[in-house]
Design a protein around this ligand. Sequence first.
Ligand code: PGA
Length: 253
Amino acid sequence: MTRKIVAGNWKMNLDYSEAKVLLKELMAKKDEFNAEVELIICPPAPYLSAFAEVLKDQEWIKLGSQNNFFLENGAYTGEISPTQLKSLGVKYGIVGHSERRNNFNEDYSMLSKKVRALLKVGIIPIFCCGEQLQVRNSNVYKEFIMKQINDSLFKLKPEEIEKIIIAYEPIWAIGTGKTATSEQAQEIHHLIRTRIASQYDEKVAGNVGILYGGSCNAENAQELFRQQDIDGGLIGGASIDAESFLTIANAFE
Ligand code: PGA
């Protein structure tokens, strides 16, 4: 493990008052969080501005977006640009979550543009990849996952890709309570790191943070984070409970 990162993906959950309560609960626990962990929360976009105000002098937890457009400005009703996110103090951005790939037809070329657009303004992309259950059962899952990474990321320069965080999120594990075993997760994380090393070099591969996501929770985080190539987690359901987010963030040994 080279880094320790825990990111909470709140998805389209919580109304504004509930979200403010959760932020307050997290802030009240500030001193209990392991200070070595890079902590990120990705609340729904409408709350980013107010959250940025509250967190502006707080370096211990950073704000991330759940989605972004790939252009800087213009007539794109409803979209949010990386420049706008940056102007709020957003430091990370989830790109290519399977829920967006599936529901909004985001393909590799769009995701590649989104990643580049974030990097251009200095926001760190959290790039998601992962296979459906039928792909997992078909035994071509490794090549399927590597194609997602190859097609969207491997044209980046070394100094760009080493800034990125990759989240391996098997779709069959997301929100299902069916976590990948630590061996299944480590196998993919190791594969990703090895391929980055052969495409770039060992140093670059060591710098890329690789997170596991998919029903990661307070009970299984420690076993997952103990694996050599798992640098932390992208947490959905369990991140909207302050106590379980704290337990997960503190699960590194
Ligand atoms: P989950 O979601 O932890 O609820 O499975 C993870 C994710 O989708 O990022």
